[in-house]
Design a protein. Structure first.
Length: 276
């Protein structure tokens, strides 16, 4: 409890909060990209039996036999995990933890649950893309197209694991296939504008009391965890807080300004809120 209170005091004293989030947060909210579990069976059991689907991630990167099948998969996933999403207790507690402080969020989670929980879109960098935007599969141009409404219509029109052929999205420039805006191949379009806003945030709070809150990121993550630890090392007034189940890793150079909380995200974050 003493550690929780100490962390709460650091958060209260912070000039800004930088949140880094990855797969552990998604799992807390019921999205396990790697699991062959009951949730996968309930949502995509027909795809499991017909195509050998063994995880959401496998489906996201699959070479489906037809575009009608690909978009049946994707529209069902987006409708269930995004369009029907309601903010979870851990998201409510994260909002309370941030309060009225300035913040920024860097995440590899693409389901846009932060936005749907009331965090400002302009303060979020989805580093590996978003499930709720489409791009040209061949990256013939840099345009991104929101499609949550279309996904809902596709899901409603789907029959026997296929959407109607006339609903298959086509690139408005080249007429070729579209893809969900995820970092799955070399044609992924990075969000340079969000990256610029992130860099602006870091510049604004350089040398100030920055709390870096890391949620559900494993030891070997080089996309978010490693840069956040390097940032802590470079910022003398930064405090690094990592919450993860079963594995806490903090580099020796920042141990005197770091806290590791081993446990499930939901109860740990809630306990921090009660200490504020």
């Amino acid at each position: 409890m003493a550690m929780y209170q100490e962390i709460a005091e650091k958060i209260k004293a912070a000039d800004a909060i930088l949140i880094g989030a990855s797969n552990g947060l998604s799992i807390t909210e019921g999205i396990h990209l790697f699991a062959d579990n009951q949730a996968l069976q309930d949502l995509l059991g027909d795809f499991k039996s017909r195509y050998g689907l063994r995880s959401l991630l496998q489906g996201m990167g699959a070479r489906w036999p037809e575009e009608e099948v690909k978009w049946a998969f994707w529209s069902r996933v987006v409708q269930h995990y995004c369009n029907e999403y309601q903010p979870t207790p851990v998201m409510h507690d994260l909002k309370a933890l941030v309060g009225d402080k300035e913040y920024f969020i860097v995440t590899s989670n693409g389901e846009e649950h932060f936005e749907k929980s009331g965090f400002a879109k302009e303060k979020i960098y989805e580093i590996e893309g978003t499930w709720l935007a489409l791009q040209c599969a061949h990256a013939c141009h840099a345009g991104l197209y929101l499609w949550s409404d279309l996904a809902g219509k596709m899901a409603a029109a789907e029959q026997n694991g296929r959407i109607p052929a006339d609903m298959v999205p086509k690139c408005p420039h080249c007429g070729g296939p579209m893809a969900v805006h995820l970092c799955l191949d070399q044609n992924f379009l990075p969000d340079h504008e969000a990256e610029r806003r992130f860099q602006d945030f870091l510049t604004q709070y350089h040398g100030k009391k920055l709390v870096i809150l890391e949620l559900g990121i494993g030891k070997n993550n080089q996309l978010i965890k490693a840069p956040l630890m390097r940032l802590t090392s470079a910022e003398a007034q930064a405090t690094y807080i990592t919450i993860n189940l079963g594995e806490i890793f903090i580099t020796p150079d920042i141990k005197d300004r770091a806290y590791g909380l081993d446990g499930y995200l939901e109860p740990v974050v809630h306990e921090l809120v009660t200490c504020l």
